[in-house]
Design a protein around this ligand. Structure first.
Ligand SMILES: Cc1cc2nc3c(=O)[nH]c(=O)nc-3n(C[C@H](O)[C@H](O)[C@H](O)COP(=O)(O)OP(=O)(O)OC[C@H]3O[C@@H](n4cnc5c(N)ncnc54)[C@H](O)[C@@H]3O)c2cc1C
Ligand SMILES: Cc1cc2nc3c(=O)[nH]c(=O)nc-3n(C[C@H](O)[C@H](O)[C@H](O)COP(=O)(O)O)c2cc1C
Length: 604
């Protein structure tokens, strides 16, 4: 107990007053407490309470601030669970999206936890851009009284693994803050590491932050904002029916893209345009059989796998089908296999991080096992693999139009490796293995970083080649249903007009009705010179700039590796040229659009 803490109750309120206060607040909801504490604080302005001794203030302000910055919802989910666990341990929690956090209050914090993912190429998620900039700026205050810890989510197949978490950690340390527990970097199968970090950090902070049982602070429990509860979520997905799976690329297309409809039935799941659907999948039985045969193992042998936090014994076949990633290869698996096989070329490869990244991106687990055979037992092998993770798909429908259905635009990942057809895990499950009427486990991943403008008059520019078209179909359905009057301009592109114009009939109907103000298309293989969406944007430079100047919101969806970068560079060129700005000023222009939520990306 802090010195002076006991005195607060004794000197400020007599026993009757204290009893009466406890009785009055006894039935308050958390929200009523929050309101009442604000009311009392306002009442106390200028009174002696405002100048309480430091020890007393510390007691009242002993709040654990948890900030999350998340692009696709993982960090947000982890932070929400962490907040609940901390509250259950008696800690008063202030949970906030980092975008809504007032950076000036940082110097008044005593205990801060940040849960952040990394986006782009080692960049912060959209929500964290301002905070990241602030921490790196001269404005960032010294933070000698801050105790903090960081949980970083990332993907070890990226060059800048968990970079945003590392950046925050480095800056907070440089500003004098004290790391109460080391940062933990979590890979795509983050659940176990996150849970372990959460348990550890709550245990570490509990004594510092948990108010004594008879003090006021022990009952003041701020409501956890920003987390929408739903019966169905990533851990508890809804078993939905796949009602339609229809190929929407032509017979001669180089691509297989499907329009998929899933029935959300009585689940009560709701979504907004801009959200994504999370899809759990099973690996194909033929791939599982090929892998087990390459390993010379028995598919019926039992292995232990940790599922939903508890260890379960299932057959090797079952584990490889539904619990483990075998279509994506983790760098850690390559290292394991190089060592166990003793293969000279793999051992040389794992010395070079860049080479590991490109090799794992092009080789599935089975290809590596076949390339460098080794003796391994079933449990060893299973332990070296990552847990299966659901894939996200941008939702291509609006509930205003399709009610309890959800539509997706799924591109089948398919390529040949040494004469063998290799397919993506989830995209082949959805488009090839699951029949109409079959069951697929889904959840909604909300994405507040990809939203139509609040004002229905605001123009929008949508850039969505290939499957990037998906959320814009949802946008159009929503704008039609809500009689939105803002102009709509769509840029679409793919390989050929005849084979790859996704939802062509719908776009033409929108143009005809006038809902779609303008559409520009780029079919790269329909002429000798390759033409892409960024070329169409450039051809329309003056008009694009004038739309931006009159307040248009600009959206990019689809390929992150090339398209989104090329479009961004084109936008910088256009803004510089049309606005008479330098390249740096044009970047600033886009940055300010981004921080005003007028330049949003949903790229993968
Ligand atoms: C927010 C978000 C929204 C998304 N929206 C959509 C959407 O609307 N539509 C859509 O189709 N996808 C979308 N995706 C992508 C989707 O989530 C999956 O990543 C995609 O379907 C591939 O998953 P998979 O399981 O089929 O393939 P995986 O099993 O993940 O991939 C298999 C392996 O194949 C490798 N590989 C892929 N192509 C080749 C190649 N040509 N040569 C060699 N190796 C290759 C990969 O590197 C990987 O290792 C979205 C992703 C995100 C994050
Ligand atoms: C477009 C894109 C870019 C990414 N870039 C990185 C990266 O540079 N470094 C990294 O460690 N992880 C990267 N990731 C992986 C995410 O950080 C990881 O999937 C994380 O769990 C996402 O958490 P979130 O849903 O809270 O954003 C990227 C993911 C996507 C979709």
């Amino acid at each position: 107990m802090l010195p002076g803490q006991q005195n607060l109750n004794q000197t400020m309120l007599d026993a009757n007053q204290l009893a009466s206060l406890k009785e009055t607040i006894g039935n308050y909801t958390p929200l009523q407490f929050a309101w009442a504490s604000g009311y009392l604080a306002a009442k106390s302005e200028g009174s002696p309470v405002a100048t309480l001794p430091t020890a007393v203030q510390t007691q009242v302000a002993a709040t654990l601030t948890i900030l999350f910055s998340s692009q696709t919802g993982n960090a947000k989910g982890v932070a929400g669970q962490l907040a609940k666990d901390a509250e259950a341990a008696g800690i008063t929690v202030n949970l906030k999206n980092i975008a809504e956090y007032k950076v000036k209050t940082l110097k008044t914090e005593s205990h801060l936890l940040i849960v952040t993912s990394t986006n782009g190429e080692g960049e912060p998620p959209d929500d964290a851009i301002a905070f990241h900039e602030f921490l790196n700026s001269k404005k960032a205050p010294k933070l000698p009284s801050l105790n903090y810890s960081i949980l970083a989510l990332g993907d070890s197949s990226y060059e800048f693994y968990c970079q945003t978490g590392k950046d925050f950690d480095e800056r907070l340390q440089a500003l004098g803050a004290k790391q109460v527990s080391p940062r933990v970097d979590c890979d795509v199968d983050y659940e176990e590491d996150c849970a372990a970090w959460s348990v550890n950090i709550i245990e570490t902070l509990k004594d510092d932050l948990k108010p004594s049982s008879d003090s006021l602070a022990s009952v003041i429990n701020l409501p956890v904002a920003g987390i929408v509860e739903s019966q169905y979520n990533k851990q508890n997905p809804y078993a939905a029916e796949l009602s339609v799976s229809q190929k929407i690329t032509g017979r001669d297309s180089a691509k297989d893209v499907r329009h998929v409809e899933i029935d959300l039935g009585e689940s009560g799941l709701t979504y907004q345009p801009g959200d994504a659907l999370g899809v759990w999948f099973e690996n194909s039985s033929s791939l599982v059989a090929e892998l087990i045969s390459a390993l010379s193992l028995d598919e019926n042998e039992n292995v232990t796998v940790k599922l939903n936090g508890s260890e379960q014994e299932i057959s090797l076949k079952q584990a490889l089908t539904s619990s483990l990633e075998i279509t994506q290869t983790a760098p850690a698996f390559l290292e394991f296999w190089a060592n166990i096989s003793g293969d000279i070329s793999l051992l040389a490869l794992v010395e070079d991080k860049n080479a590991v990244r490109s090799f794992t991106a092009n080789h599935q687990v089975v290809d590596i096992v076949k390339q460098a055979p080794a003796n391994v037992n079933a449990q060893q092998f299973v332990d070296a693999l990552r847990k299966i993770t659901p894939r996200l798909y941008s939702i291509a429908s609006s509930q205003a139009e399709v009610e309890e259905e959800v539509h997706l635009t799924v591109g089948l990942v398919s390529y040949e490796y040494e004469g063998q057809l290799r397919l993506g895990g989830a995209s082949s499950f959805l488009t090839q293995h699951l029949d109409e009427g079959g069951t697929v486990k889904v959840f909604i991943e909300h994405n507040d970083n990809f939203r139509l403008p609040e004002n229905a008059d605001t123009p929008v520019i949508m850039v969505g080649p290939g499957t990037g078209v998906a959320p814009f179909r949802a946008f159009m359905q929503e704008r039609e249903a809500s009689d939105a009057t803002g102009d709509n301009w769509m840029f679409f592109g793919d390989q050929t007009f005849t084979q790859d114009f996704l939802y062509q009939v719908e776009w033409q109907a929108y143009l005809k009705s006038g809902l779609l103000t303008k559409m520009d298309v780029a079919f790269s293989r329909d002429q000798v010179e390759k033409v892409y969406v960024q070329d169409r944007i450039k051809e329309n430079a003056a008009e694009v700039f004038s739309w931006l100047e009159r307040g248009a919101h600009l959206y990019i969806c689809g390929d992150a590796n090339r398209m989104a970068k090329d479009v961004h560079h084109t936008l910088v060129d256009i803004i510089a040229e049309q606005g008479g700005l330098t390249a740096e000023q044009a970047e600033e222009y886009l940055k300010s659009l981004r921080s005003n939520k007028r330049y949003q990306k949903d790229v993968y």
